[in-house]
Design a protein around this ligand. Structure first.
Ligand SMILES: NC(=O)c1ccc[n+]([C@@H]2O[C@H](COP(=O)([O-])OP(=O)(O)OC[C@H]3O[C@@H](n4cnc5c(N)ncnc54)[C@H](O)[C@@H]3O)[C@@H](O)[C@H]2O)c1
Ligand SMILES: O=c1ccn([C@@H]2O[C@H](COP(=O)(O)OP(=O)(O)O[C@H]3O[C@H](CO)[C@@H](O)[C@H](O)[C@H]3O)[C@@H](O)[C@H]2O)c(=O)[nH]1
Length: 435
């Protein structure tokens, strides 16, 4: 099938390439000429494990091309819209301007029978409004909403083998269902469940899933706050409640909290949309989820300041991690980068390292010092803070690290280190929600 993908960021680039792997012909469109040039040369504009390999093999098939010219979508039957929906400036709501302009740009190039498929995460009600725009255009194209659930760091795997597929379609619209079943034929044949529903349910499935995940993380972080005043150990608590299969152990890792380009902005946009709908109270708890999450960042900062004896100025703090999670270079709303920025703001001499996220961090926060070298980062540090649990950091030998720093204090913002081993090497080890 001939497919277009509008928006080639973290979601769209992976989606475009994966669709070629599934046997389709794909054109990827983006307004960012530099991104399109890199993709055309086979260089992903961001770090995603496995993407360089499948991008090269997809380009080699001759069935993948990238362009800034939206007219090149002509001839495609299915048009995926994967542009950003970031938090709007000065508000919690989602910024829909990129989706709106992508749809407007598509209109002149659509033909009867074309399917426009939204993948971006949008406020509930958007698809109905956009279906109206398509209908009024007289192009004969129809709209479906097919939210995406991929995780960064596992984006290729999640796109090729999703847990489920959700299609939001207009009542009685079989054409979109048939077309999407053809697009995802390989995954469906492998047993991926398909939920065919209305627009509103599809839109809500996406934000409800992220709201649930964010709530689960803030729940365990709330328990960490209680553990901190009672001497309990939140990691053992998580293990013990996680054995209950109704609860499950996944997403119960207490620490510096969630970040990224999805969970934080999606729970805020959901709250804003519910308020617009007059149902703010139904999801008011998500504001608490957000607050608990942000308090954890401050907790790491406070622990570090205490460890420095409250005199932060000119003290050297080594920050291990900048990306919002391992296996990603994404620093959007990253708790790790936020902690580094806050400590720098208090006057500390912050030096931070990350296997992939230094460039993105430097572009946003040049006031911080960066090093690609772990030893250089640790050398003469007055305190060490681990905020992204890259395997490179979890594997640091505490005896080796002890020989580099000025003061052996480590704040483990992800509860990933072996506390006993670090203490045995002479370190003051401070976890979150752990005695
Ligand atoms: N990143 C993820 O893991 C993920 C997963 C599921 C859903 N989502 C959702 O997918 C959407 C995209 O997220 P992302 O992380 O890929 O964002 P992103 O910022 O990485 O990518 C968006 C891309 O769209 C391009 N763009 C903007 N306007 C355009 C236009 N009019 N025409 C063509 N291209 C345009 C931008 O230049 C950019 O490259 C968001 O709604 C997000 O919530 C993201
Ligand atoms: O127990 C946990 C699990 C995760 N996190 C943090 O939560 C954030 C989000 O992690 P994750 O959900 O793995 O990353 P994303 O790539 O942002 O994926 C989420 O957001 C995407 C965009 O909407 C969805 O598609 C995915 O299904 C959803 O998991 C990261 O900062 C993690 O460090 C924790 O603090 N504790």
């Amino acid at each position: 099938m001939k497919i277009s993908v509008i928006g080639c960021g973290y979601l769209g680039a992976v989606h475009a390439v994966a669709m070629v792997e599934l046997g389709h012909h794909v054109v990827g469109i983006d307004v960012d000429a530099a991104k399109i040039a890199q993709l055309t040369e086979g260089r992903p504009p961001f770090f995603e494990p496995g993407l360089p390999e499948i991008l090269s093999s997809a380009l080699a098939t001759g069935r993948l091309r990238f362009s800034t010219d939206i007219a090149e979508v002509a001839g495609s039957r299915v048009h995926f819209v994967a542009v950003g929906t970031p938090q709007r400036d000065g508000s919690n709501a989602a910024d829909m301007t990129y989706v709106d302009s992508a749809i407007d740009a598509l209109l002149p190039h659509l033909a009867p029978g074309d399917i426009v498929v939204g993948k971006s995460t949008v406020p509930v009600g958007s698809a109905t409004r956009l279906a109206g725009v398509l209908e009024a255009s007289g192009t004969g194209a129809v709209l479906a909403w097919n939210p995406e659930f991929l995780r960064e760091g596992f984006a290729v795997l999640d796109t090729m083998s999703p847990d489920r597929l959700v299609y939001g379609v207009a009542s009685g619209d079989d054409t979109a269902v048939v077309a999407l079943n053809e697009v995802y034929a390989t995954a469906i044949a492998a047993g991926t469940p398909v939920v065919v529903t209305d627009y509103a349910t599809a839109e809500l499935v996406k934000v409800a899933a992220n709201a649930f995940l964010a709530t689960k993380i803030s729940f365990i972080n709330a328990m960490a706050e209680i553990a901190e005043v009672t001497g309990a150990d939140v990691t053992q608590l998580a293990d013990a409640i996680g054995y209950d299969s109704r609860i499950g152990r996944r997403f119960l890792n207490a620490g510096v909290g969630f970040g990224g380009g999805c969970l934080p902005k999606d729970i805020r946009a959901f709250t804003a949309r519910a308020e617009e709908l007059g149902r703010g109270e139904s999801v008011a708890f998500l504001k608490e989820v957000d607050q608990i999450n942000l308090r954890r960042r401050q907790r790491v900062v406070d622990l570090t300041v205490d460890a420095l004896g409250s005199v932060v100025n000119e003290k050297k703090v080594a920050v291990l991690g900048l990306a919002f999670k391992p296996h990603s270079d994404d620093v959007r709303d990253s708790p790790a980068l936020d902690v580094a920025v806050k400590l720098r703001g208090l006057g500390a001499n912050v030096i931070a390292t990350d296997p992939q996220a230094i460039e993105n961090s430097r572009a946003r926060h040049p006031q911080i010092s960066y090093s690609a070298d772990i030893a250089e980062t640790l050398r003469d540090a007055d305190a060490v803070v681990l905020v992204t649990e890259w395997p490179e950091f979890a594997g640091i030998d505490p005896v080796w690290a002890a020989g580099l720093v000025r003061n052996r204090t480590i704040i483990d913002g992800r509860n990933k280190l072996d506390a006993a081993a670090w203490r045995a090497a002479g370190w003051t080890y401070l976890g979150l929600g752990r005695p």
